[in-house]
Design a protein around this ligand. Structure first.
Ligand SMILES: NC(=O)c1ccc[n+]([C@@H]2O[C@H](COP(=O)([O-])OP(=O)(O)OC[C@H]3O[C@@H](n4cnc5c(N)ncnc54)[C@H](O)[C@@H]3O)[C@@H](O)[C@H]2O)c1
Length: 670
């Protein structure tokens, strides 16, 4: 785990020390990283020089004094409380008092580990999932004595390394293992009870949960004794219901090794197996939320991101119907003398509310946070409705500023493409128009109000996400922020105000460059051209948002009439002077400038029809008031979406292939 965590930190651009007991162990750790990176190079995830740079950021050491300057220490020694406490005692001696100290423990309470540290208030849990360089999930765990600022700093540190954090209380199994371990354990109990054999349980669990590996194969892969240990801990700390199944104890103590997965599947046992496995997960998920260990949303994010289940427990509960889900849970836990929590036993409106957008008050600010990290916080109708409600709450809260924030790798990376495709295939445009209308209304409510809006962009802001930032009064970004409008590459145009607000931010020629080429703009460039107001460190994002809130509302911005600097002049002049048709026909002279050549080449991969539509909207908007331009953009959507290039472009994206767009000739004359 330690080498994987080091690899991830280095991959995201930060220097990292890898400390182990002796030089040989240090080298073993670095060797593991090297092999992982080589594999990545082979699979074309990294270029060889990238892999070298990553390795170059990892320095091995056995000298604890090297930790004196560290900002964050993640302990990942083996799971032995005395060893861990000894590590934290020593960290207290060598680290700066402000350093953040984290434990990756799976089974101890963070408080018990922290007690050995000189500054327990700076200790938290950062619980990673195997393999930590690949699996994005991390549970951020404060114990009762952790300074809330330390928890926030821990959270920010994980965003900085492109992790998807969820919050957990300092409770046995935290959020994810609390239901995952019983899920595995129940498989053995089903076997013990003679309901079905290993092959059948394995198959039924895979079918029911939509996963690639069933519980028995998972135990084999991670080591059967680890499952026994995990269930033993939960059983001891929580309730005998969580204790290991008899068969699991026998498998390990009898030295039987791995589970034998062979055998005929008996399909007639499907429902019996699936219902029990579901019942266990439904009960535990509801119990842990009721106890305040985690939220409904974090339970589901944990399953989808950490375990790669296609659906989270609460999504499954809603799909099954809450009363039926509660009944399945009751059948499993009643024999153990447990009660099904009210959350599912007596649901008020008969379904569990899963919030894709969360509202919270923090100091002087109202935060509206997207929390669909595994879908890159993509916009859809449900998100739109929840966003509207959350903004409404922020407005009435009377707070000084409204901050739009997100968790995970993306701020908001566009809209649900599948929703568009499904509707277009049915020949239905109305739902798409409705989605855009809702989006336009929400975005219009953001700018120029008494309570200024600030986009806090910590990752990808693409398509609708980029347009959302354009609608805000201010845009504050971290070094990992990236902006882009890829729409013309999938046969459509920016339809949530992008064709109108972008030129008013960065000038018409650069707006054309972004829309026509889909080129990505990094944080520093974004500030340079006016897409963003300031780039700050991850840890300083919230403080920066507070500063911008103090400035009050920002009246509509005036479109710049000059390039931001001489460096941008060639692009500026090129797009100011050439029309789409001329560029596509090769009639626009690039003078051999590589940036222009690249732009022309990129435009050659886009839908000519979408490019021409974008040009019309951009040019027309320049002659109008913003509000009028926005109406124009909305009105143009139908023609764009009903053109064959739209369906082709979006389907190609979903099918991961190159789209085949109609040629320019037809786009112009057809
Ligand atoms: N393996 C998993 O899937 C997983 C997942 C989440 C969390 N965890 C947790 O991560 C931690 C590490 O697990 P692992 O599987 O990587 O263990 P491991 O035994 O593979 O690695 C532990 C490393 O710590 C080093 N070490 C031991 N004592 C040390 C000390 N005093 N100072 C410095 N280094 C020391 C060892 O030499 C070894 O390199 C455990 O707390 C475990 O519960 C593991």
């Amino acid at each position: 785990m330690g080498s994987g965590i080091a690899q991830k930190i280095a991959t995201e651009g930060f220097p990292v020390l890898l400390l182990d007991l002796d030089q040989e162990k240090v080298e073993r750790g670095i060797g593991i990283v090297r092999r992982m990176l080589d594999e990545g190079v082979e699979r074309k995830v990294f270029r060889p020089e990238q892999a070298e740079a990553i390795l170059g950021r990892i320095r091995g050491t056995t000298d604890w004094n090297d930790l004196a300057e560290a900002d964050l220490v993640v302990e990942a020694v083996f799971e032995d409380l005395d060893v861990k406490r000894d590590v934290f005692r020593r960290l207290g001696e060598v680290c700066r008092p402000e350093a953040l100290l984290a434990t990756n423990t799976s089974s101890f309470r963070v408080a018990d580990v922290a007690a050995a540290a000189a500054h327990p208030e700076r200790v938290l849990g950062l619980h990673y999932f195997y393999h930590p360089a690949k699996n994005r999930l991390v549970e951020v765990v404060g114990h009762a004595g952790t300074d809330p600022a330390a928890v926030e700093a821990g959270w920010a540190s994980q965003e900085a390394i492109a992790k998807t954090p969820i919050a957990s209380a300092d409770a046995p199994g935290f959020v994810v293992n609390r239901y995952f371990v019983p899920w595995v354990n129940e498989a053995v109990r089903i076997l013990d009870d003679g309901v079905a054999d290993v092959a059948t349980i394995e198959w039924a669990a895979k079918q029911a949960f939509g996963v690639g590996m069933g519980p028995f194969q998972l135990m084999n892969v991670t080591g059967v004794p680890i499952s026994l240990h995990a269930a033993t801990t939960l059983g001891r700390e929580l309730h005998p219901f969580y204790a290991p199944a008899k068969g699991l104890v026998e498998q390990v103590e009898g030295g039987k090794g791995d589970w034998d997965l062979s055998g005929e599947v008996d399909e007639s046992r499907y429902q019996a197996v699936a219902d029990r496995m579901m019942g266990v997960v439904f009960y535990v998920a509801a119990a842990l939320v009721s106890e305040g260990v985690g939220t409904v949303e974090d339970v589901d994010i944990g399953a989808r991101v950490g375990l790669r289940w296609p659906k989270g427990p609460f999504q499954m509960i809603n799909e099954r119907g809450v009363p039926e889900a509660a009944e399945l849970a009751r059948r499993v836990v009643e024999p153990w003398g447990l009660e099904v929590p009210n959350l599912i036993a007596n649901p008020g409106d008969r379904h569990i509310r899963i919030r894709l957008v969360r509202f919270e008050e923090r100091g002087d600010l109202a935060y509206v946070r997207f929390q669909r990290p595994d879908a890159l916080n993509a916009l859809n109708v449900r998100v739109g409705v929840q966003l509207t409600n959350a903004i409404e709450r922020a407005r009435v809260s009377g707070k000084k500023g409204l901050v739009l924030a997100a968790t995970g790798k993306a701020f908001v990376a566009g809209a649900d493409i599948k929703f568009f495709v499904d509707n277009l295939e049915k020949g239905a445009f109305e739902p798409i128009y409705h989605f855009a209308r809702v989006g336009h209304d929400v975005f219009r409510s953001l700018n120029g109000k008494r309570q200024p809006s600030i986009a806090r962009v910590q990752g990808l802001a693409l398509g609708g996400g980029c347009e959302l930032t354009l609608a805000c009064d201010f845009v504050v970004v971290s070094p990992k922020a990236t902006f882009g409008l890829p729409e013309t590459g999938i046969g459509i145009v920016p339809g949530l105000g992008g064709t109108q607000r972008l030129p008013r931010r960065i000038g018409l020629p650069l707006a054309k460059w972004m829309v026509y080429t889909g080129e990505m703009v990094g944080a520093k460039q974004a500030v340079e051209i006016g897409l963003a107001d300031e780039v700050v460190d991850f840890l300083d994002l919230d403080e920066a948002c507070a500063r911008y809130a103090e400035r009050g509302r920002q009246p509509g911005r005036k479109a710049p009439q000059e390039p931001p600097s001489e460096e941008w002049r060639p692009l500026w002049d090129f797009f100011a002077n050439h029309r789409v048709e001329a560029i596509l026909n090769g009639e626009a002279d690039t003078g051999g400038d590589p940036r222009l050549e690249r732009a022309v080449k990129k435009m050659g991969q886009k839908s000519p029809h979408a490019l021409l539509a974008a040009e019309r909207l951009l040019d027309a908007g320049a002659e109008m008031e913003l509000e009028e331009g926005l109406d124009l953009e909305l009105d143009a959507l139908k023609e764009v979406f009903l053109h064959a290039d739209a369906l082709e472009g979006m389907k190609a994206l979903l099918e991961r292939r190159r789209p085949e767009f109609q040629p320019l000739r037809e786009a112009v004359h057809g």
